[in-house]
Design a protein around this ligand. Sequence first.
Ligand SMILES: [Zn+2]
Ligand SMILES: [Zn+2]
Length: 876
Amino acid sequence: MEPSHQLPKTYDFAEVEERWRNRWRDEDFYFDRNSQKPQFVIDTPPPYPTGNFHIGNALNWCYIDFFARYKRMRGFNVMFPQGWDCHGLPTEVKVEEINKITKNDVSREEFRRMCRELTIKNIEQMRQTLRRMAFSVDWSNEYITMRPEYFKKTQLSFLRMLASGYIYQSEHPVNFCTRCETAIAFAEVAYDERDTRLNYFDFDGIEIATTRPELLAACVAVAVHPADDRYHMLKGRTLNVPIFNHPVPVVEDEAVDPAFGSGAVMICTFGDKQDVHWWKQHNLALRKAIDRRGRMTMLAQKYEGMTAAECRKAILSDMKEQMILRRQEELGQRVGACWRCKTPIEILSERQWFVKIKPDEILEAAHQVAWYPEHMLLRMENWVEQMEWDWCISRQRIFATPIPVWFCKQCGQMTVPEEQDLPLDPTLTKPHHPCRKCGSTEFIPEEDVLDTWMDSSISVLDVTGWDGTGNPAIFPAQIRSQGHDIIRTWAFYTILRSVALTGLRPWDQILVNGMVLGEDGFKMSKSRGNIIVPEEILSKYGADALRQWAATGAATGSDIMFNWNDVVAASRFQTKMWNIARFVLLQLEKEEIEKNTIVTALTDRWLLVRLSETVGKVTEAMEQYQFDTAFKAIREFAWDVLADNYIELVKGRLYARDEPRKSACLVLHTAYDALCRMLAPFTPYFADECYAHLHQGSVHKQPWVAFTYDDPEARVEGDILAKVVAEVRKYKHDTGLALNAPLGKVTIYAPHTIDDEGDTTRTLNADILWRTDTAKLDRVVTDIEFNRSVVGPSFRKQAQAFMDAVRALPPEQLEHPPRTIQLEGSDVEIPPNSFTPRFSYMEGGAKVDVVTVGGVIVTIQCSSATDALSRSYKAA
Ligand SMILES: [Zn+2]
Ligand SMILES: [Zn+2]
């Protein structure tokens, strides 16, 4: 214990945080695979290594760290792994930008090397922020998805799911970004409002409206509603597509909206999801008019090679020339775009790899998981229920896990590697055996790679030690923590993969956090300029203040608005706590703590009851991941109960150095120790600093607070006492008295008398008398306050005479004034709001001030010295 006189007056977060960061050791947070303690394995989100650990990540990690530290204190063997989800488009795009190349300008290996290099650099930057934020990460369980030891597992899981029929290859329409030249999953389509034009044109005698005339070459049918009389005669006929002249059937479908455009629509392969639906339903032909790069194909005849936009312009102009374009209308439209580059997606039919979605299986597992907050499960249910297509997992990119498959050049037979040969890149190696079907030794490697969610959706399998030899002993994990924005991706895919590979749910619980919005209430974005970076907060107010903001900003699961005021308030609380620490430590320094001191004083017992209640409330909230409730309870106890009430009540006793002092010191010691422990998960630097001044060792190695104290009488009486003292102190403050000034005689009329062992007397510096009878008070008018802005203009020269006349009124008339008053011989009206009587109370012939606290009446008979001052006090 360092003597408190060495405690600096102000808390220097920068110095303290750096000192502790250097003192803490990584090993203290390692998961122990041989431990006898109950396990608590956390499936943490692997961030994308952009180089910037953003504030949304910070919120998520704060939540994880709060409960990871709490669970350790509760005796759990905690694993808080840190992963990095490396693969994917953003890094490829960045590498292309930085090096001013496209992926095709260099070899695949060279391009991958550039991506890996950038990723490693970015990860290192983000690790620094994680450490500054004091996250108790288990660095011995760090995983990096681009490393061979990780993507070996991704490939193994692919082969296992291929063998069990979960994964298949097929030609099927998929969402495709022609800018990124890759298929993308539904979850990666971002919808955008755009203005477009609806073009009405003559389609072989009937009118059709389309927003995408460039798809005319891909037209495979015209659809009408079966009940639409306008098109009755078309039944069973074929029509000729304008400009291209190929014949297409007319089909009838209930899903056609007769009110849209002319009521007849063309079906193209593919304009949108509805086209895909109709195409399957009516078994229509497939016409690919747009290729992977967004260019028109041979089918588009003279438009071949144009971009879709160029083709649209050209076709519209040709339509005009042929006089078949009738009119055009402006139309707002919801367009699906690539989540990464915002290019509108095309739906292309491609040979791709898919994972089968079995909704019932996923829902069953999702229901075995406890969701915090509970309503987040609904989002999962809604998503699963609306799934129409299987999960497209192949990507036509480079920086990703290769699909470990070859095809025989002769017969097309698929060949997969032996599991022990993983990881591998099929473009760099060959199968060990000739083709099992035809014996050929020539193979075509699969060049497609895997969706990055294929990597991250086995994070929980990786950290629990899955290697394909059976379910790991520590699987399932205890909890997953993530944002609600990735329920339909990461949570969904993880459950799917876990069930497919292990037959079990991936975790017992899932904790879902909200999004962080900018100070303006909008999603943070570069274009709005409302982005706050954690480093800025860290350097201005420190990690503990930022962590407090995360705890108190919103209920778990709700979106949380960033607000500098919250961070400032957090920093103020730290200052308040530091002042409490300095006071407490100074008292404890003067007194050897005797653990078996019997606590008798009411205030002491009251504080212990309040502490016990706080511990109960905080513990329960922590168990439910309600960090805002937990932290607010700690803050209220420390600030309101301990500092503003208890310490004020016992200060006199502590300074008096008589016997009850020991009891107060034991209480302070107990409360201080409990506060350090309860603060430890939230403000680890601050808690360790405070704790180190009281005990040896780190607070982070202590068990959670297990303090209970029951004393219903002390709870009730102590509350009355604290409120009375607070109100009388406020009275002193309002009347301009020093808080330690003598106050005279104070009588407290309460339901029963309270024995406080002199604390009230010392605190208020007054003679205190507790009484249980009813106060006998006479109310008298002592003063009249005139409203000069009313009296002046109304009476002018007669103002003085008016005021004298009012003063002469009997007291009951002052309280309920008559309508008129006699003024120099005539009745004049009393203007409203012209005066207010001031009352005083008399008790036993002496003037007293009265303070009421709930049902308790307190009378204060000031000593003569303070009487003059108290006159200005306006009793209620
Ligand atoms: Zn794109
Ligand atoms: Zn073959």
